[in-house]
Design a protein around this ligand. Structure first.
Ligand code: WTA
Length: 646
């Protein structure tokens, strides 16, 4: 075992929950007992939803294809809205929102349901039919949730594209899904700047033959410079005004598609992860309720953008299905001041706060004074997601934000898993800083070596042994790739792409990706995607992208580039290449470093030796792995994974 792993596992601090927290939480140890009978457990969870007609079979498992709640029908928007209108939650705040400039909106469940109905009717009037795909490219404004729920209501499949993605990325996603309509906004605000979303969308729409209509939310006004194409483009407010708020909900089969969400993988092209209605909703409703201990009095803030899976599952579907009050914020944590998040928690009395380790590391750097000058006493539970959290950041979060009082749930999951998979139940599990702890009831992670043999403890690859309701059903339009990516490396098992360590108490320590997927500031980025964007530039002959350790972002992108004959390396070319990647993919994929090199190191079979490039990018002597913590551990696993040994 490496020194680094020993350091991680020598973490001896233990944090039991407080007596007060345990006394009032509905999620007790009995859930784990129930989870042992996993199909029964999930069936019981599904029963907490409102179904139009019941299922005849809990699970139909023909590996690698699962169908959950076979024959059952339901509607996700009815579960998130209508059923709360019949009781006291009718006038409860569903969405409490603040825009970056400080504008505010509160939508009760009643308000939200009416807007969703109008939007669903507007989509129908434009000719969108059940089963059609609708792309959504919006800032973090209430209309994002309204648009998603409206699709769910009338049976369309949404495909949300993060507003930070470029026009090219939007175009590719629209074309892959064959979307018939796009919902966007004239613009959004980010760090005081207007982001001209509609102008980006127009660039994408120049080459998306399937799109018939574009619905545009007026968020910014004239400053955004939006042009409306007659016949194709419609202002959201004009169209919705003309519709009635009552829209009958479609009865969807449990296995009908709810949404497609594109995520980065090991190949150049992002893949459309397919989620269906009944299983997904069961999984996110159950985990929202139990992991976050959601109660009617809570104000729940998950800081993720709806463009990512965390925003789908824990801003929209999970909390709303539980009738919770969701707080939503449009902007960045450091604008106009670095205490923006603490100010919002104080203003809105947020009780549960769920964010990414990369944000926590930035808060640490900005100092304790900022959270100290705000009243954070309403907080009672904290969560993290997206990447491994280092014990120092965990302790800082616990001490300075949770004031030693709030349990922390470190939740491991993926776009593909739909919902949380490994996490403590906050009232029950003693936490260890840096560990996502134990599986959620009904989830069966297993550690395997390179040959796929199950390991009882130690380091290896994280797989899931049994299907679970929120699991992806396929990759949109490419079932072969689905089989290949997730089910071929360890036959009979779902392979997560993550390396992990299982300790003697059965606690999981996630080490990070062992494939060519990087995790930059909690965002998944495929090395091949960035490489393709670089070689698309006329000066570039070949490119290799690796992740190097970064204090704040976890990983930073380092690109090694060989130029075509006659092209000269220069600082301005570096800037040009960075800008090129921003245009091709989006700012999140912009390389931090570019190294020009006459050649790239390769094996005899022509495979780029990324390990060596990583050593160079991290400033290590070649082959020396003693300096930094996690990269060395995960690199060793990565080597094992790639060489198919271990
Ligand atoms: C990583 C985000 C350690 C992991 C929900 C996974 C984590 C990838 C954790 C999925 C965590 C997510 N601890 N690593 N608590 N949560 N990851 O699809 O590498 O954007 O495979 O889903 O993030 O990223 P995705």
């Amino acid at each position: 075992m490496s020194d680094q792993l020993e350091t991680l596992l020598s973490e001896k601090r233990r944090f039991p929950t407080t007596v007060e927290f345990a006394a009032r939480s509905a999620a007790t140890a009995a859930l784990y007992t129930a989870g042992n009978d996993w199909q029964r457990f999930w069936e019981d969870q599904a029963k907490t939803l409102e179904w139009i007609s019941p299922w005849t079979q809990v699970l139909d498992w023909k590996p690698p294809h699962a169908k959950w709640f076979v024959g059952g029908t339901l509607n996700a928007s009815v579960n998130c809205l209508d059923r709360h209108l019949r009781g006291p939650r009718r006038n409860k705040a569903a969405l409490v929102w603040e825009g970056e400039p400080g504008d505010r909106r509160v939508l009760t469940y009643w308000d939200l349901a009416r807007k969703v109905g109008r939007c669903a009717n507007a989509l129908k009037r434009l000719g969108v039919r059940r089963g059609d795909r609708v792309a959504i490219y919006l800032p973090m404004i209430p209309e994002a949730a309204i648009a998603m729920l409206a699709c769910a209501r009338m049976g369309a499949v949404h495909s949300v594209v993060f507003g930070g993605f470029s026009a090219d990325s939007l175009r590719d996603r629209i074309n892959d899904a064959g979307a018939v309509a796009l919902i966007t906004a004239d613009g959004g605000y980010r760090r005081g700047q207007v982001q001209p979303l509609k102008r980006m969308a127009d660039a994408a729409l120049a080459d998306t033959p399937s799109i018939k209509h574009c619905l545009v939310v007026r968020r910014v006004g004239d400053e955004a410079g939006a042009q409306m194409a007659p016949g194709r483009d419609h202002w959201w407010h004009e169209l919705l005004e003309r519709e009635t708020p009552a829209c009958p909900a479609e009865a969807m089969d449990a296995e009908d598609l709810l949404f497609i969400l594109y995520t980065s993988g090991t190949t150049g092209k992002p893949k459309g992860i397919v989620h269906t209605t009944g299983g997904y909703l069961t999984h996110v409703t159950s985990t929202s309720r139990h992991v976050f201990d959601l109660e009617d009095e809570d104000v729940f803030w998950c800081t993720a953008d709806v463009g990512w899976v965390t925003g789908h599952s824990y801003v929209v579907y999970g909390p709303l299905a539980n009738g919770a009050t969701v707080f939503m914020y449009e902007g960045a944590p450091d604008w106009p001041e670095r205490d923006r998040f603490w100010q919002l928690i104080e203003t809105y009395g947020v009780t549960i706060f769920y964010t990414a380790p990369t944000a926590i590391r930035a808060f640490m750097k900005w100092g304790t004074e900022l959270p100290e000058r705000r009243d954070l006493s309403t907080l009672r539970l904290l969560g993290t997601v997206g990447e491994p959290i280092n014990p120092e950041a965990w302790i800082w979060y616990h001490t300075h934000i949770g004031k030693g009082r709030c349990p922390i749930v470190d939740t491991w999951w993926q776009t593909e898993t739909g919902g949380i998979m490994i996490t403590p139940l906050p009232a029950v599990v003693v936490t260890k800083p840096g560990s996502a702890t134990i599986p959620y009831p009904g989830i069966t992670p297993e550690l395997v070596d390179g040959k796929g043999e199950k390991l009882a403890a130690g380091g290896g690859f994280l797989t899931i042994a049994q299907p679970w309701p929120g699991m992806l059903r396929t990759i949109y339009g490419d079932d072969d790739r689905y089989r290949e990516i997730y089910w071929s490396r360890f036959p009979g098992r779902y392979f997560t792409g993550d390396g992990a360590k299982l300790d003697e108490d059965g606690y999981w320590w996630i080490l990070g990706r062992v494939d060519d997927v990087l995790n930059v500031a909690g965002h998944r980025i495929g090395t091949m995607e960035v490489e393709s964007a670089l070689v698309d530039h006329p000066a570039v002959a070949e490119a290799a992208v690796v992740g190097r350790a970064h204090d704040l972002k976890g990983q930073a992108l380092a690109a090694f580039v060989t130029l075509k004959e006659g092209r000269q390396a220069s600082p301005s070319l570096k800037d040009e290449l960075k800008a090129h990647v921003t245009v091709k993919i989006g700012a999140i994929a912009r390389p931090d470093d570019i190294f020009f090199s006459a050649d790239l190191p390769k094996t005899r079979s022509g495979k780029i030796m990324r390990r060596l490039l990583k050593d160079i990018a991290e400033g290590r002597a070649l082959g020396d792995t003693t300096t930094l913590a996690d990269p060395a551990v995960v690199n060793r696993l990565k080597d094992m994974y790639e060489s198919q040994e271990a």
